[in-house]
Design a protein around this ligand. Structure first.
Ligand code: MN
Ligand code: MN
Length: 468
């Protein structure tokens, strides 16, 4: 009799919602799959630290999997796999489904740019016999995170003759790293009185790159000259070439396991390469889908999705238009019948900072992929707000596929807010919802996600892309 449930307990089970904790629910076998998936993800993260690197690595993976460059005007058959490289900074790829594209496509859209420290067009300078690179930061950073951190230089330099050279310094153990210096605590009493946002002046975010002079009696800035000589020897570039370059400083070193139980991954750039990688892997595996699935890896989300490689650009619309044209189908028909997972991270509940979130409406680590009905700020300003109908469709899809999922808001009402690419895709009359991985320390140089959540997000994309 003791074990018999009371009326109240039975009613609770029937009508109250109970969240799921993956750390409790995952079997040992499932958890091992999450660990194995995460090993591959860490490799991807460690060699895809900029949008250009992410595009390059993704194309290598797609080519190995049988994807071929998209040919406009060609009629593609079910099962064919295509990709379109947008200026080496964003990427679209698709697998043709059994149903005609007039019935809509499944769009998975993430972004592959992350906050970082870009170099200015005239970066190299010398002061007091030390050489520095001047910078202009990119995206939403807390400036006090970046000084005294080992930094690596990544990017591309394009010369006037049309040739270009790829730059990576600071990732191999034998290579040097770079750094923004900070004041010693002994002399920092005035500095430490300033509010955190004012402690570091972005105009003084100069990267220390050298201290030895070029041995010559007549030359003026000899340390600068010596550093430019080293750039010239290694990459064949001259100072003027910095004006046509995209060079950036990112945290040096690979992604690492976090925790004695190794249940989490710490790295630069989870936001949003964690959604890029999970959607990429799912797309490659869903190779005979019912509906055509289209995956977008976008640039420029961290600065507002502007520019021709950002999600405000027409490149997705043009791609779908070109895909549908040989069948005589207008792109608006395709878009109006399509569904989208706007794949981006959300803030995980952090017990160290409980005041900024409302716990029951915040995603938690290890509770699975997070569905975010709306983002924005204030009274839901500037958001795609997924419809109740579409939310119901997503719930049913994920439950049917046994995907561990939860919902989350981006912080308490009126505390702050943020946005994703969702609103730019829903503007095209596509049913869109935000979905992704909960992150601790989002936008910090070392962000944290859980392996269970990464794996659950991949499984959500598999279900969406129609993996059978
Ligand atoms: Mn993001
Ligand atoms: Mn972000």
């Amino acid at each position: 009799m003791e074990n018999q449930k009371t009326k109240g307990q039975l009613l609770e089970e029937e009508i109250l919602y109970k969240g799921m904790d993956g750390a409790e629910m995952f079997t040992e076998e499932e958890y091992q799959k999450a660990v194995e998936f995460s090993e591959k993800y860490k490799q991807f993260l460690s060699c895809a630290k900029t949008e250009r690197e992410a595009v390059k690595v993704a194309i290598e993976m797609l080519e190995r999997d049988g994807y071929r460059p998209f040919e406009s005007g060609k009629r593609y058959e079910s099962g064919e796999k295509i990709y379109q490289n947008n200026r080496n900074k964003s990427l679209i790829f698709a697998t043709i489904g059994r149903r005609p594209v007039s019935e809509g496509v499944r769009i998975m859209a993430s972004h592959i740019d992350s906050p970082r420290i870009d170099l200015k067009p005239h970066p190299l300078m010398e002061d007091s016999s030390l050489a520095y690179l001047r910078t202009h930061y990119y995206g939403g950073i807390k400036k006090f995170h970046w000084p005294t951190l080992p930094l690596a230089l990544h990017g591309v330099v394009c010369r006037k003759d049309g040739t270009s050279v790829t730059v990576t310094i600071g990732e191999e153990p034998a290579e040097p790293v770079f750094c923004i210096t900070d004041l010693l605590p002994h002399l920092a009493s005035e500095q430490e009185k300033k509010p955190a946002s004012k402690v570091f002046d972005a105009e003084k975010f100069n990267i220390l790159v050298g201290s030895l002079p070029f041995k010559d009696d007549k030359a003026s800035e000899k340390v600068k000259l010596n550093i430019m000589r080293l750039f010239h020897e290694k990459y064949g570039i001259v100072e003027g070439d910095f004006m046509s370059a995209e060079l950036t400083m990112v945290p040096a070193g690979p992604a690492r396991d976090v925790g004695l139980d190794q249940s989490m991954i710490g790295s630069y750039g989870h936001d949003d390469r964690v959604c890029a990688y999970t959607s990429l892997r799912a797309a490659m595996e869903a190779d005979s889908p019912e509906y055509t699935h289209v995956t977008v890896l976008a640039d420029k989300e961290e600065t507002g999705s502007d520019g021709n490689t950002g999600m405000k650009s027409a490149f997705l619309k043009y791609f779908l238009e070109d895909l549908a044209a040989p069948y005589g189908i207008p792109v608006r028909t395709v878009l109006s019948n399509s569904k989208c997972f706007s794949a981006d991270v959300n803030c995980a509940y952090d017990p160290t900072y409980p005041d900024v979130t409302e716990k029951s409406n915040t995603s938690q680590l290890n509770h699975g992929v997070v569905i975010t009905k709306y983002t924005g700020s204030g009274g839901k300003g500037g958001t795609n707000d997924a419809s109740a109908e579409y939310m119901a469709w997503v719930r049913a899809l994920l439950d049917k596929s046994d995907v561990l999922w939860q919902t989350g808001e981006l912080g308490k009402v009126d505390v702050g807010g943020g946005g994703t690419v969702a609103k730019f895709i829903s503007e095209l009359n596509v049913d869109t919802v935000d979905l992704g991985v909960p992150v601790l320390s989002m936008h910090a140089p070392f962000e944290i996600v859980s392996k269970i959540d990464v794996y659950s997000t991949y499984r959500a994309f598999l279900a969406f892309a129609g993996k059978e």
